[in-house]
Design a protein around this ligand. Structure first.
Ligand code: F6P
Length: 319
């Protein structure tokens, strides 16, 4: 394969730039031409692509966001537009692309692979919701951002003897809440995989209060059905302690990627290009037990994420 493309799609994630850099530089080192496709599948449909050179990805390794921009393409959900995308790539003579993104982007990539384009998936999402890989690019940075917030919030929650609920991102996946809750010492972790009722949350908060804790920190994943402001209101009533709700939102998606995310991005990005160079059919690249792995793209999108019950149980013991 001589000409390849790279795009970022869906919600951005810290480390996407490091992955783009790896794709471009690995491609050039293997003698390939690498095209950057702007604004994800949207840009592909509009023919918004241009060749990237070694220097195009200079000074980006440490930057959050994505230099290629991103989009959630509604058009790319329709078969005729997917055909159009494949034709666009054919026009440029691009036989394979690297798609850096999460679940939705992988589904788009898989549809494109059914039209004769080789697609390599590189996991880029703070949600960590792809079933075939232990971690995705951006997750570690987002968890560390949330840990910083927990520290700040803990200070003021102690001073005022309050309960604070921090609602974190993750869509239907509770990993951000789970990992940040474990490492940030949350009193209660609320995730979609294990829905707690209000009485159970209240019991945990009161247990902490009775043991002498000056504050309670609840980490709640956005995918949990209970409304965060309503939860704060109910807890105030039921525990006789002031409660506040904090929703950091997009703060979790920005920032300079951690060492882990840069390494994961560099290694998975380079691996994706190597697979294209070797003419391997479409794959999803990831990490399992510390090793860079790849699985069939069609299989990858069918795999659901395994719930980390051992981590959840440990948080219960340590809280
Ligand atoms: O998928 C990443 C993510 O940040 C989710 O955690 C969140 O629910 C969603 O994207 C927000 O999407 P948007 O940027 O479209 O508002």
């Amino acid at each position: 394969m001589k000409k390849i493309g790279v795009l970022t799609s869906g919600g951005d994630a810290p480390g996407m730039n490091a992955a783009i850099r790896a794709v471009v530089r690995q491609g050039i080192s293997l003698g390939m031409e690498v095209y950057g496709i702007r604004r994800g599948f949207e840009g592909l449909l509009d023919g918004d692509l241009e060749e990237m050179k070694f220097h195009s990805v200079g000074d980006v390794l440490q930057r959050g966001g994505t230099i290629l921009r991103t989009a959630r393409s509604k058009r790319f959900l329709e078969d005729e537009w997917i055909d159009h995308g494949a034709r666009m790539l054919n026009t440029f003579g691009i036989e394979g692309i690297v798609v850096i993104g999460g679940e939705g982007s992988y589904r788009g990539g898989y549809e494109l692979s059914q039209k004769g384009i080789t697609v390599m998936g590189v996991p880029g999402t703070i949600d960590n919701d792809l079933g075939y890989t232990d971690f995705s690019i951006g997750f570690d940075t987002a968890v560390n951002t949330i840990l910083g917030l927990i520290s700040n919030i803990r200070d003021t929650s102690s001073s005022h003897e309050r309960t604070t609920i921090i609602e974190v991102m993750g869509r239907h996946c509770g990993d951000l809440a789970l990992y940040a809750g474990l490492s940030g010492g949350a009193d209660v972790i609320m995730i979609p995989e294990i829905e707690l009722d209000i009485n159970e949350v209240c019991r945990k908060v009161l247990k902490g209060q009775r043991s002498g804790k000056a504050h309670s920190i609840i980490i709640k994943a956005e995918g949990v059905s209970m409304d965060t402001a309503e939860l704060a209101r109910l807890l105030e009533e039921m525990t006789a302690r002031e409660a506040r709700a904090v929703v950091p939102g997009y703060i979790q998606r920005g920032g300079s990627p951690t060492e882990y995310d840069r390494r994961l991005a560099s290694m998975t990005g380079a691996k994706a290009v190597q697979l294209l160079y070797d003419d391997t059919p479409s794959r999803a690249i990831g990490v399992q037990e510390g090793q860079i792995i790849s699985v069939d793209l069609g299989e990858a999108i069918k795999m659901t994420r395994e719930f980390k019950k051992d981590i959840y149980d440990l948080t219960e013991v340590l809280a």
